[in-house]
Design a protein around this ligand. Structure first.
Ligand SMILES: [Zn+2]
Length: 552
């Protein structure tokens, strides 16, 4: 898949200076011999079951659940003989702020009183006690995109000061894939909610509200409601940085948005069509009144960072990442109140432990790698990749000495597959290592089924990709190995339906984890090969990240 826009042409990402990593790869790399290993399924299961147990309270950052998680992971790395990477400790502090908007929100759009949670969720990433907005004009800004390389600016000729932007989710390529702009159905970063709020902030808007729509968002309203209510964590920002951000941000249901546009004498459906083919903005000639109390609390959370030093090129790091955090508990819910996050992401966390154990074991037997391996269990991924963003901005090991990142987030619980999914396939030479490893398993790799959901931007590897470090997020597949696996998968998909970011994502002993173990093997083989050579993989021409560390 070719990427259609140069990332650095658009000032939306930091660190686009491209001068930090000019590496030349050796042309004739002989794949190193890799010792076969056997992963221990029982140990892997125990880690998943423990981390996702009720006792860990859904592993929200800065809670008792975090404390238990940090202890568990530190003990596991200690037992393997790995070294703490942060001043001798496994724990890298990540200063966080937690904003909690009151549940008693008074929101009136175009004279309509909206119900918090049911119709709208709003929050503020400003350290102020009260959000109080009166008579703020509402402006529909289509997809809320400013992309000079496409000649696209939904904010054309607008002064957003004091106004609230109403924005469509995803990017125009989703609704209008035959158009030459954006990347067809595959989401670009312009489609992500984080971009929408960043751009509205750059435009000087007072607020930004995204219209939820299940298909282009790729998740239902319940996911928005669960993720955007209660405490919202963020990295600590200075007052000046806070002032650069919209004062209020949130989501509106499609039904409420339709009613809002009706009030303005406009059809949301036809405006959606127009917004997909051309940049556009429309003054709704209506105003918003928003009142809610807001509270900011400060606390450190932690990344768990453990290193297995290489024997010859110890300063060169290969990273494994998996977020240990999930979304905690919700005491306003009836019945089960714990978001156990078993699949998301006790599986990935257990996965890096298991990979680390195998490498540590090999090193003890004299088969250590030349390069170093560092395992990072990140915090705050669910709140916007916070732990990985913090590490990328405050790296323990220099970014230009970081060779690659292998990310695990929700491993395959649906049994073995004939194929292998690389999210956002076509990005970097690191994928060649995965391809060689999957070939040994008689599998073939391909891109994900639904690139429209923007998977490449949705987990921790992205924080490193933004800096030009080749990063992969891969695993699972679409074709079950055999008929029995296909039947199991169908049945398990029914059981897991609606469990993404919901309380029913708990551990099930009947999970077939053989597919996960297969995939751990792929990462293991790929890292083992890369760990014993001189190669510096780069991003392919056409990737957003190519200029930062080009493939040759
Ligand atoms: Zn996750």
């Amino acid at each position: 898949m070719k990427r259609l826009f140069p990332f650095c042409a658009i000032a939306l990402l930091s660190a686009c200076n491209g001068d930090d990593a000019k590496h030349t790869a050796t042309d004739d790399i002989i794949p190193a011999k890799v010792t076969a290993v056997t992963f221990d399924e029982q140990r892997f299961r125990t880690d998943i079951e423990t981390l996702s147990s009720d006792k860990f309270e859904g592993r929200a950052p800065t809670t008792q659940g975090e404390k238990l998680t940090l202890e568990y992971l530190s003990a596991a790395f200690t037992k393997m003989g790995l070294k703490g990477a942060y001043k001798g400790s496994f724990l890298q502090p990540v200063p966080m702020v937690s904003y909690t908007a009151s549940e008693q929100q008074q929101v009136t759009l175009a004279g309509m009183d909206l119900q918090y949670r049911q119709d709208i969720v709003l929050g503020s990433r400003h350290d102020s006690n009260q959000v109080s907005i009166k008579d703020a004009p509402l402006v529909f800004v289509g997809y809320g995109i400013n992309a000079p390389e496409y000649g696209w600016n939904d904010y054309q000729d607008l002064n957003m000061k004091g106004k609230i932007a109403i924005i469509l989710v995803n990017d125009p390529g989703f609704a209008h894939p035959e158009g030459a702009k954006f990347n067809g159905k595959a989401m670009t970063y312009y489609g992500r909610w984080s971009y929408k709020f960043e751009e509205a902030s750059r435009q000087g808007a007072l607020g930004a509200i995204i219209i939820h729509d299940t298909e282009p968002a790729s998740y239902p309203w319940s996911v928005v409601e669960n993720s955007w209510t209660g405490a919202q964590q963020d990295l600590v920002q200075s007052k000046a940085e806070q002032d650069q951000r919209v004062q209020v941000e949130g989501w509106l249901t499609l039904d409420s948005a339709t009613a809002l546009f009706d009030k303005a004498g406009l059809s949301l459906t036809s405006l959606m069509d127009r917004a997909a083919t051309n940049s556009l903005n429309v003054d709704l000639a209506q105003t918003a009144r928003i009142e809610f109390a807001n509270k900011a609390e400060y606390a450190d959370s932690y990344n768990v960072v453990a290193t297995l030093a290489g024997s010859k090129q110890a300063d060169e790091q290969i990273l494994f990442t998996a977020h240990w955090d999930h979304i905690g508990t919700d005491d306003t819910k009836d019945g089960d109140q714990i978001y156990n996050g078993a699949l998301d992401n006790a599986t990935g966390t257990a996965g890096i432990l298991e990979i680390a154990r195998q490498f540590a074991q090999q090193a003890k037997q004299g088969h250590g790698l030349a390069r170093s391996l560092t395992f990072i269990a990140t915090t705050g991924e669910e709140q916007g990749l916070l732990g990985s963003r913090y590490y990328a901005a405050n790296p323990i090991y220099p970014i230009d000495k970081t060779v690659a990142v292998f990310n695990l987030d929700s491993t395959n619980i649906y049994g073995k597959t004939k194929d292998y999914t690389i999210v956002g396939k076509g990005q970097s030479e690191l994928e060649n290592y995965l391809d060689r490893a999957v070939a040994k398993q008689n599998r073939t790799s391909q891109g994900e089924l639904n690139p429209a959901s923007g998977g490449f931007f949705r987990s921790d590897h992205f924080s490193f990709a933004k800096l030009g470090v080749p990063a992969v997020f891969a695993g699972g597949g679409n074709e079950p190995l055999d008929e029995a696996t296909a039947q199991y998968k169908t049945a398990m998909l029914v059981k897991m339906k609606g469990c993404y970011h919901n309380v029913c994502d708990h551990y099930r002993p009947e999970w077939d984890l053989s597919g996960s173990l297969q995939d751990l093997g792929v990462y293991y083989q790929a890292a083992a090969e890369l760990g014993n050579n001189q190669d510096w993989p780069g991003y392919f021409a056409g990737s957003e990240f190519n200029q930062l560390r080009p493939a040759d």
